[in-house]
Design a protein around this ligand. Sequence first.
Ligand code: MLT
Length: 307
Amino acid sequence: MKILVSDPLAPEALERLKAAQGVAVDVKTEMTPEELVGAIGEYDAIVVRSATKVTGDVVAAGKNLKVIGRAGIGLDNIDVKAAEKAGIKVVNTPAASSISVAELALAHMFALSRQIPKGTAGLKAGKWEKKALKGVELYNKTLGIIGTGRIGRELAKRAAALGMTVLGYDPYITQADLGDVQVKLVPLDELLEKSDFISLHLPKTEETTHLLGQREFAKMKKGVRIINCARGGTIDENALYDAIVGDQVAGAALDVFETEPPGEHKLMGLDQVIGTPHIGAATIEGQYRVGIEVVDRVLEGLGVQRA
Ligand code: MLT
């Protein structure tokens, strides 16, 4: 079986893949879309993270392709419908990076509430901006989590431990599903009205595109802080910009953008906005788990024995 790894994988995962019986692995990262279409025909499986786009053209050219492995959660870089139609299995790692993403969301909540990036930038510029950096505590505040799947729940546990009240909105999950995780499920509008911090943890689908827009920002508590470590496009960026400039939203922390990389984005020009370049799953531990899991799933999909 020939397997193409087209984005970087954790070294331990690559070793595990190479050690499997009857498998030949090629690692070719940073291929152009044309190069990928040209090469894919000889492979039985491809393993990608988020950089490689497995488009309909790639699927069509993948005459021997049996499995597409996504080392991560979101499948938005894969034409899943085309793959399914062609009888190609698509496997991902839905749980492996949950803690990493939840921790980044929490880090952004702290960074926003205490303006840590601004303090750092000031110090590096030789300034001592103590008066301008009065923050707020997370303790006793309400966190609204939109999407209470694996990541949302990990964040909820950590927020509850900090003394926050946690509300959740998720049309696909019941209170019983949440077990003893301290989240109270409420309708979206109630979450918007009551939350001091709102963190998104949901995929981008037709249903969730611009889930937070002008109407939703208007409903929110004045001074709310928004965190998005999920997917760009779930927030209407123009509406968010207006809500910050209009003082309705006190700040936003964005790890994801409608277009990535966002270039010189007007939101990043605002003092109240902090950001990271889509690094939710980018931890040593997260990438180790993601890599091992995707390798196991790809080998399983190919019916190949692990070493
Ligand atoms: C994921 O979907 O697993 C994360 O957003 C990480 C990524 O795509 O890089």
